[in-house]
Design a protein around this ligand. Structure first.
Ligand SMILES: [Zn+2]
Length: 197
């Protein structure tokens, strides 16, 4: 088992000594919820102070298999393509609302918002559909990181007034969203916006 590359991303893991049992219980609950929603181990490490070993044991208990290895999907451009942009914007709108106006904050807001997103995304699908949601939990988490680090912004559509994810510093005054103006070949994910700044 090579754990070193993954545990590097968890500076909090060294703070375990002296942690209260109640706090640890709370973090195990949070981590369990995130695992059920499909979170990768790196996400759990960033959102809790539980050790890599504890988290991967918890992962195996819940999922019945080892956590997947490898890099997280790190692409801002993915969120700008047509269908991902719509799904991510819906998710982020819910997340921001929960984080701002309800007792659910941060990680809890992420979990609740993602559950609500899944409910919305599955509307109209057969109940037994195994199809993967467009926005995975790990990408939803990445999106919040991208907002926090100022890589993306919410632009408001001049037609429907909805807030949609856009590259930071994209001009906003004549922004039209992906629903009001779908690309000619909507559904093909290679349609990149070429902004002449
Ligand atoms: Zn619009």
């Amino acid at each position: 088992m090579t754990t070193k590359s993954l545990s590097q991303g968890a500076p909090k893991a060294t703070k375990n000594a002296g942690k209260s049992v109640a706090k640890e219980g709370e973090e195990i609950l949070l981590a369990s919820d995130m695992i059920r929603l499909g979170a990768r181990l790196q996400v759990l490490q960033a959102e809790t102070s539980l050790s890599y070993d504890r988290l991967s044991r918890l992962y195996r208990e819940i999922k019945g298999c080892s956590p997947p290895k490898g890099m997280l999907p790190f692409s801002v451009d993915w969120f700008m393509t047509w269908l991902p942009n719509i799904h991510s914007s819906v998710f982020y709108g819910v997340y921001r609302y929960l984080d701002n106006y309800t007792p659910a904050k941060k990680t809890r807001a992420l979990i609740e918002a993602y559950r609500l997103y899944l409910e919305q995304a599955s509307v109209g699908r057969p109940a037994n559909s195994d199809e993967e949601p467009v926005l995975s939990f790990t990408r939803a988490w990445m999106l919040i990181r991208f907002f926090e680090s100022g890589l993306v912004q919410l632009s408001h559509c001049t037609r429907c007034t909805g807030g949609f994810i856009a590259h930071a510093h994209d001009p906003q005054h004549d922004f039209v969203c992906a629903i009001c103006r779908p690309p000619p070949r909507a559904g093909k994910t290679r349609n990149r916006k070429a902004h002449a700044l």
